[in-house]
Design a protein around this ligand. Structure first.
Ligand code: ADP
Length: 265
């Protein structure tokens, strides 16, 4: 969890794949919350970091997990030198400062988080801090962005319609091959000609996801593989540690993936 807003001195590289940048700006201008849906490692976080920097906004990023409670977002009384002192959580800080708060994988968080988000994501734009009795109205400039991966969801962890319908929503997916080659090449320093087969392999692996694999290979993993290759590692070893092993523990599926690789390399 980021406890201090990360200053955004330079704009992180992000290759747009549609009209997502204009949409983000419009949502920001109107103070509307935004939900980004898409598989892991497809560029959602990078997109938010890019937009925050472009808009000159500080960003508080919270990686949500199943133990994350409303108090983790809002704040709590802590003991300091024998005194109890209120310490704002990242969401409260973002509201006070009119910053962007990004809740990554929001469905993972505990249910009480939803209760906090509702008054903040409708016309009230209010954050209730029960423990201190404060009611903060979010100033212009505050924006709530959340993301989740629809592929991971099970019945118990699903964003309720009453929560979903408070956000504008955008679907993200892995970029088209030409864009993904540019992105992976930019991030890793590996020349586009050597990135192209990696992206082709990713296309085949993604076609398998849902059958033998829980998830397809992410742009992030391709970047890892390309970074290792740019550093001089052989293709087989790079793909082993950056693609095959992270994707599956099943020996049969690993063999199938190696077979797939041998048809490309
Ligand atoms: P997630 O969707 O899980 O939040 P990230 O935003 O962390 O994924 O993306 C993982 C990596 O993929 C980034 O660090 C970046 O290198 C790369 N990436 C994916 N899509 C893009 C894009 N459109 N432009 C720039 N980098 C991208």
């Amino acid at each position: 969890m980021t406890l201090h807003a990360v200053p955004t001195p330079s704009v992180p590289y992000y290759h747009a794949t549609g009209r997502e940048c204009e949409l983000f700006e419009t949502a920001y201008d109107h103070g509307l919350p935004l939900l980004l849906k898409g598989p892991t490692g497809c560029g959602k976080t990078r997109f938010v970091e890019h937009m925050a920097a472009k808009l000159g906004k500080p960003i508080y990023t919270v990686a949500c997990h199943d133990d994350l409670s409303a108090a983790d977002l809002i704040g709590r009384y802590l003991l300091k030198g024998g005194q109890t002192e209120w310490v704002d959580g990242p969401l409260t800080r973002a509201v006070r400062e009119g910053a962007i708060c990004y809740l990554d994988e929001v469905v993972e968080a505990r249910k009480d988080v939803t209760v906090v988000l509702h008054p903040l994501t409708d016309t009230r734009r209010t954050l209730m801090i029960d423990r201190t009795g404060e009611e903060l109205v979010a100033p212009k400039g505050f924006m709530l962005v959340a993301s989740y991966n629809p592929g991971y969801q099970n019945v118990l962890k699903r964003l309720k319609p009453s929560t979903r319908q408070r956000f504008l929503s955008m679907s993200f997916d892995f970029p088209d091959p030409e864009v993904e080659i540019k992105v992976v090449s930019h991030e890793s320093g590996l020349e586009p000609g050597r990135v192209a087969p990696l992206v082709r392999l990713a296309g085949h692996i993604r076609a398998l996801s849902g059958m033998d694999l829980e998830e397809g290979v992410s742009t992030r993993l391709l970047t890892y593989a390309a970074t290792l290759m740019a550093g001089g590692m052989g293709v087989d070893q790079a793909l082993d540690v950056a693609v095959i092993e992270p994707l599956t523990d099943e020996p049969d599926v690993q063999i199938a993936l190696r077979d797939l690789i041998s048809t490309i390399y």
